[in-house]
Design a protein around this ligand. Structure first.
Ligand code: UD1
Ligand code: UDP
Length: 354
């Protein structure tokens, strides 16, 4: 029997954990203990994922949130260390690139517990992004790296990972596992959903912490909404900044963040996705919508190379132009870029062989 301590804290990690926990539950030789750092804490940013996606209840909730990067990561490091000492797991499993990810990996490595990193090898090559720092450091101190794409493997090769004693596996993307599993459970939200609409999300620090960029994005969304309804489930971080700076959001249908089953419903019914989210770029593809990415670069380059995604930054004109180009496009979404829903199976098999 092996024991895995899974660290989650932010919304995308709950979605990834749903896929892995389901796979683990099929295997009697693995015991999973979930630790929620508390990074995301609103009901619709956290609890809803656990209940709707039937993720096992975390044994620990550290309740650490709303702090600066150093304070948040430091407190998580301290408390996760205590949990590891108490639980004595064989592996600590972390996902993606948040502060919860690096805190979990670092606490485990210093205690000589093996670290599993899922969604490894991704790079934006923008070292100002907190996520880029978190993912580079996490990759380097992990024992096994599960890469979602060929590009992720190539990035690790370029950084000389062949010289380190780290197992690297191309697994595909666990987010496609969840997209496939939950598609039939999609739930219509209890607000008016237009029959034809563009779905938008905005939450990245590079946009929310730069008021000019945020204003430009909202200006583009307002223009687009003269043509087609724009529906924006708004991350609490962005909400606070919009309110504080009186940013004009006219014509845009703003709603609270929705749970996973509802976002799947919206993704399935939207004509196009406008986002700065990592997860949403892929989910647009999984649910057959073209995507416009409100960033200056992406980790998911295969979507851009294949014409599913356009990178436009926060330039109002570029956003509107990309919208005009993509809104009536007829793309073939049947290409296999992310493993077609088998990632969790590959991951668990490889962990058992460690
Ligand atoms: C974090 C991740 C980011 C990821 C995102 C997913 C880091 C550095 N960033 O960003 O990579 O894309 O999660 O959504 O780890 N807040 C609430 N309620 C909540 C959650 C957050 O009000 O449930 C507020 C916090 O109080 C804070 C702000 O939102 O003021 C930002 O939260 P934080 O967890 O620091 O970063 P995210 O922007 O959510
Ligand atoms: N999501 C959700 N409700 C929303 C917006 C997003 O359930 O209102 C889901 C969606 O599946 C997305 C995931 O949360 O891929 C990841 O969250 P986010 O976009 O905040 O983070 P990122 O992927 O950029 O790290």
């Amino acid at each position: 029997m092996i024991k895995i301590l899974t660290i989650v804290g932010a919304r995308p990690q709950f979605i990834k954990a749903a896929a892995i926990s389901r796979e683990i539950s099929k295997n009697f030789d693995i015991q999973e203990v979930i630790v929620h750092t508390g990074q995301h804490f609103d009901k619709n940013m956290s609890d809803v994922f656990f209940t709707e996606m039937q993720i096992p209840k975390p044994k620990y909730n550290l309740n650490i949130n709303s702090l600066s990067h150093g304070a948040m990561t430091g407190r998580m490091l301290e408390q996760i260390e205590q949990v590891i000492i108490t639980e004595r797991p064989d592996f600590v499993l972390v996902f993606g690139d948040t502060n919860s990810t690096i805190a979990g990996a670092l606490a485990a490595k210093k205690l000589h517990v093996k670290v599993i990193h899922i969604e490894a090898g991704l790079r934006s090559f923008n070292i100002k992004m907190p996520e880029e720092v978190n993912r580079i450091l996490t990759d380097r101190i992990s024992d096994i790296l599960f890469c979602p794409t060929n590009k992720a493997i190539e990035n690790l090769d370029n950084e000389g990972f062949a010289n380190f004693n780290i197992k690297i596996v191309k697994s595909g993307d666990v987010m496609q596992d969840t997209a496939i599993f939950y598609t039939d459970l999609a739930k219509k939200p209890n607000f008016d959903v237009p029959s034809n609409f563009v779905l938008a999300t905005i939450h990245r620090a590079e946009n929310t912490d730069d008021i000019e960029r945020l204003k430009n994005i909202f200006s583009a969304l307002s223009t687009i909404s003269e043509d087609i309804p724009v529906l924006l489930p708004l991350h609490p971080r962005t909400k606070k900044i919009i309110e504080k700076n009186n940013i004009d959001t006219k014509n845009i249908q703003i709603v609270d963040p929705v749970g996973y089953l509802e976002i799947v419903y919206l993704l399935k019914n939207s004509k196009l996705v406008l986002t700065d989210s990592g997860g949403m770029q892929k989910e647009a593809f999984f649910f057959s919508s073209p995507c416009i990415t409100l960033r200056d670069e992406t980790e998911w380059v295969e979507l851009v190379q294949n014409g599913y995604n356009k990178i436009v930054g926060a330039d109002t004109e570029k956003i509107i132009l990309a919208y005009k180009l993509l809104i009536d496009s007829s793309l073939d979404f049947s290409v296999d870029l992310y493993g077609n829903g088998k990632a969790s199976e590959v991951i668990i098999k490889n962990i058992l062989e460690m």
